[in-house]
Design a protein around this ligand. Structure first.
Ligand code: ADE
Ligand code: ZN
Length: 359
């Protein structure tokens, strides 16, 4: 099993009681591997950008917009999310959005963030690809310089659109190839299986890009299998429905395929009825390489540390200090950063827990 790791230093996890655990986790180094940067757009910034760009909004106030964040499933959220993104027009807008997220993430102890972005949401409105990518990339570079946070971009294809559109999007992004490290697949999952995007993922692989895909959020376990076999992904985004196929769970554990799970998102989008019913502890128990992420934090009621807190609170018996350490370790280990960089972060994590256990 992949997740039964041993710390590089002796850590007496039993000396970190549940009452102190959230604070220890909050200040620990961690990676965020599943964050849609458009999903970090807070209502206040939506209104500021709408005013700056003269874009009309369907809601009269920040409060009215926030009140609309009551979702019943993925599609009900995506409709609001795409409307929110319509205020993004200029390079500065993309920079400001990403910078707001990255400064917030740095306060959560994030040392590595791999940001999803949806170029088609913008290029289909006439925003040039270069405006999107260069705006985001300048914020990532600034995070490296000013926050010591390694930030990278992953270009996502919208799966409710055609594969031809995805191929064209990849082509249009090629002048900026050095600005992003991988491709992903997001938007409406049901009825849009991974096989639909086999050619564009093959092309991305030939270009040396990392590959990830949303699968098993609302869609069936078979979509996870297809993402692995057809799209050759290195990580599965969400993947919580893998438990419907025990052979798949075994395969994921044996291969050590990371799952980027998003607890608050899963509750907001009714994938699980409550946090106490979330299967993350069971996935960890099954030996899967589970990570914790925020998905669309402006819409789902919390950034990364709030996701950890909500989980720890709902699962006090199943998630002890050792499990929290494992989740944090998995996040750093599952990032696409070079091995030597990941090794440095893992040592920082162990030192952090050893110090907390010695208090
Ligand atoms: N785009 C933004 N958030 C998403 C999610 N949770 N699932 C699929 N597509 C998304
Ligand atoms: Zn997502």
């Amino acid at each position: 099993m992949t997740t039964a790791a041993t710390p590089s230093l002796p850590i007496d996890f039993s000396r970190i009681p549940a009452a102190r655990l959230p604070a220890v986790v909050h200040s620990a180094p961690k990676a965020e591997l599943h964050i849609h940067i458009e999903g970090s757009l807070e209502p206040e910034l939506i209104f500021e950008l709408a005013a700056r760009n003269g874009v009309p909004l369907a809601y009269p106030s920040v409060e009215a917009l926030r009140a609309a964040y009551a979702f019943t499933n993925l599609q009900s959220f995506l409709d609001v999310y795409y409307a929110g993104a319509s205020v993004l027009l200029k390079e500065q807008d993309f920079h400001d959005m990403a910078w707001a997220y990255l400064t917030r993430a740095a306060r959560d102890g994030v040392v590595c963030a791999e940001l999803f972005f949806d170029p088609q949401t913008h290029t289909d409105r006439g925003v040039p690809m270069g405006v999107v990518i260069q705006g985001l990339k300048s914020a990532c570079d600034r995070a490296g310089r000013e926050l010591g946070l390694r930030a990278e971009l992953i270009l996502c294809f919208l799966r409710h659109l055609s594969e031809e559109a995805a191929l064209q999007t990849l082509q249009d992004a090629l002048p900026y190839r050095e600005h992003f490290i991988g491709v992903g697949l997001d938007s409406s999952e049901r009825g849009h299986p991974p096989e639909k995007f086999s050619r564009v993922f093959t092309r991305a692989g030939k270009l040396g890009l990392h590959r990830v895909a949303h699968a098993g959020e609302e869609g069936p376990a078979a979509y996870i299998t297809a993402a692995l076999d057809v799209l050759k992904v290195e990580r599965i985004d969400h993947g919580v429905r893998c438990t419907e196929d025990p052979a798949l769970v075994e395969r994921l554990a044996l291969q050590g395929t990371p799952l980027t799970v998003c607890p608050l998102s899963n509750i907001k989008l009714c994938v699980f009825p409550t946090m106490a019913a979330h299967n993350l502890p069971a996935l960890l128990q099954a030996g899967l390489m589970v990570t914790v992420n925020s998905d669309d934090p402006a819409y789902f009621g919390g950034y990364l540390n709030e996701n950890y807190s909500a989980l720890l609170q709902a699962h006090p018996a199943a998630l002890t200090a050792r499990h929290a350490w494992q989740l944090l370790r998995n996040s750093l280990q599952a990032s696409f950063a070079p091995a030597a960089v990941r090794q440095g972060w893992l040592q920082q994590l162990d030192a952090h827990f050893a110090m907390a256990a010695a208090l």
